[in-house]
Write a protein of this length. Structure first.
Length: 215
């Protein structure tokens, strides 16, 4: 018998945040069409490549870190490669509020750069903790990430649900850690990974609103 779920941990990109505008800004920065940028990101998802492969396809040998530094110098107050509250998926606030009303402990924790932490905290989301890989010092899918997340939540792994859009970074390592994995089918990874055999280890949902009754 499964232990009752007492805490829910959420990934960030394409779970809470729609990353479309980020990729549109990158397309403009790199001088390619939005379709080109999004198509290459989709190819990375389909071929299990890191997103850096998309940049390298557009500009072989592209140095993402150097470009981000130059971009920040040119546009220090712009969003550039990060996000704000306008990028939240429409179901985020309502679902989080409903889950919290049911007494669940809510944590946001994903693989995100340092600047994303401030952006998330500025949104005043109805959650108990917000952390990211930069602050935790370990990235998914490393087991240490899920150990750190369980400590943050304050519950045993079997009492925690982890919600994300990928089988490799979210479903499989969360399941291996003893957590209940939930795969949200949105974004390129979510749709592609939902039809993979390993998705059978997770509960698949199409929106965060489905979690309210599910949990």
């Amino acid at each position: 018998m499964r232990s009752p779920t007492r805490a829910v941990v959420f990934d960030v990109g394409e779970t809470l945040i729609d990353e479309t505008r980020i990729w549109m800004r990158w397309a403009q920065r790199l001088g390619v069409t939005p379709l080109t940028m999004l198509g290459l990101i989709g190819a990375c998802a389909a071929n299990d490549q890191p997103v850096t492969a998309a940049f390298d396809t557009i500009r072989p040998g592209f140095d993402v870190d150097a470009e981000e530094a130059a971009w920040a110098a040119e546009d220090p107050t712009g969003l550039r490669n990060t996000f704000d509250a306008d990028d939240l998926y429409p179901d985020v606030r309502s679902a989080l509020a409903a889950l919290r009303e049911r007494g669940l402990h809510l944590v946001v924790a994903g693989n995100q750069p340092a600047q994303a932490l401030a952006a998330l905290r500025a949104m005043n989301l109805p959650v108990d903790e917000i952390r990211n890989s930069a602050e935790l010092g370990v990235e998914k899918p490393a087991p240490g990430f899920f150990t750190a997340v369980a400590e943050l939540a304050g519950f045993a792994p079997e009492e925690i649900a982890y919600v994300g859009d990928r089988t490799d970074n979210d479903v499989l390592p969360a399941a291996d850690s003893g957590m209940r994995p939930i795969l949200i089918r949105r974004g390129p990874w979510g749709h592609l990974h939902a039809v993979r055999p390993e998705a059978a280890r997770a509960t698949v949902v199409d929106s965060l609103d489905e979690l309210v009754n599910l949990l």
